[in-house]
Design a protein. Structure first.
Length: 108
């Protein structure tokens, strides 16, 4: 049997771990909903909580996770903090993931 060699384009262990962490964060329905809400507009915590039917505390917790992973960013305006997706890469991951899901959903 022929021995298979590792793909030379395989990223290093740190990069693989970091990518797995990003996908782990994408693995939560609440965080996906928040990211979709922020897809093309910025919102404050209160607006997100109202739109998603969640408490401000729950939204703040999830935003902290997303911010720590650099998937969302924020800006201050007076006492308010507004959140948006960090960049187009995050939008692309969401869009490509949804495209894959929709292609594979059963036809109703």
């Amino acid at each position: 049997m022929e021995q298979i060699k590792q793909n030379p384009s395989m990223p290093g262990d740190m990069a693989v771990r970091a990518l797995a962490d990003v996908f782990h964060i994408f693995g939560d329905e609440t965080r996906i909903r928040i990211m979709y809400q922020l897809y093309d507009k910025e919102y404050c915590v209160q607006q997100l909580a109202e739109a998603l039917g969640m408490t401000q505390s729950a939204v703040s917790h999830q935003l902290r996770v997303l911010k720590d992973a650099r998937l969302v960013r924020f800006r201050r305006e007076g006492k308010s903090i507004f959140y948006t997706l960090d960049d187009d890469h995050v939008r692309s991951i969401l869009a490509l993931g949804m495209e894959h899901v929709e292609e594979n959903l059963p036809k109703l």
